[in-house]
Design a protein around this ligand. Sequence first.
Ligand code: S3P
Length: 448
Amino acid sequence: MSHSAPRPLRAAAPAAPLAGRLGVPGDKSISHRALMFGALAVGTTEISGLLEGEDVLRTAAAMRALGAEVTQTGPGSWRVAGRGVGGLVEPADVLDMGNSGTAARLLLGLLSGHPIFAVMTGDASLRRRPMKRVTDPLSATGATFWTREGGRLPLAVRGAADPLPIDYVLPVASAQVKSACLLAGLCAPGTTRVVEPEPTRDHTENMLRHFGATVSVTDTPDGRVVTLEGQPELVAAPVVVPGDPSSAAFPIVAALLVPGSRVVIENVGLNPLRTGLIATLREMGAALRIENERIAGGEPVGDIVAEYTELSGVTVPPRRAPSMIDEYPVLAVAAAAARGVTRMQGLAELRVKESDRLAATAALLAANGVQAMIEGDDLVVQGTGGAIPGGGVVETHMDHRIAMSALVMGLAARSPVAVDDAAFIDTSFPGFATLMNGLAGGAPIGPA
Ligand code: S3P
């Protein structure tokens, strides 16, 4: 997103508890993938519930630039006329992926398998983020990359004319790196194989199967082994995008923290590789119920009922990190309200998100009178037992989740919490403030 004037925002305790039913925008991970797979399939893919946030709109624009026809047919409804595996064309201009690491990294996988030249850039946040984690394994396809110092964007890529399949053991638990390798493998003959030390979100594997590819997943002592048979014919298939659990996290934590609240968030994706936050909040004592569980569009979904609860601190093991990697900032806000200490272990990956989220989360807490410490890769939060002082101004560092976490804290703190710039919330959760204000029956979130 082009970063125009910063949009400061401030949240104060609402006059009444949060109450009501709401839906959150479509899942970001699934939305990016639906557009990409639609572009690679033969035929027309109809998508409903697509997240129309800045990040996903960047993917839509990139797929158009690569030759697919991508059209919006209604709110959240999109149609993609695909070009078939290997059928993307050279883009006439630079691909600007804005704030989105997922869009950039998955697309690099696709580009690697096509004999075309492309240049990719992003906003100041994305240009700071590591791309070597994908360009290293993707080079094994025969693609060539030219990057800035440290493997950063902007970069140029010449995809392989005769791509080779990748066999790669992931050095970090990253669904983006896994997905980039699998997407490159679509254009290569033979079997692409990726081994992940800890299971990460499997939306790529699920959607590949949904479009007709052969994917196998086997748990071994060395980790989860994912294989893809190359050069499949992907056939267009409808995609129903569930509500994003990573967005639902904000109204869930707000309802748990504002006394007297009861909120129902409908149609939330409950893929077990995404539900670490729900497990953790339950361990903290949260009154969270799931109703109406069902399968929609090949993914488990349900309605989440969240009610105000006095929470207790817990230790969150490193193994759980991949299933809640984007939820630590808002979990830290819940931990700030809890009684006792919460220790979140193994958060090294947070340092390379839209911001250094480990530092930004610790700073968010400190600015609002909550004691927090970074110990190695752990974040340790001293809970206030429901008495978060607040009163701080939080620097969001171009990071949507830091902005939303700070605003949720403001709803539950004694003094209002401000953020320097809420503009990036639009990357993943357009309408966030309006929706939260709707639950409050007023406007506790407003201009700073
Ligand atoms: C995503 C994977 C995660 C997550 C990101 C979306 C995906 O990143 O943080 O918001 O859609 O694959 P990593 O794979 O880098 O952990």
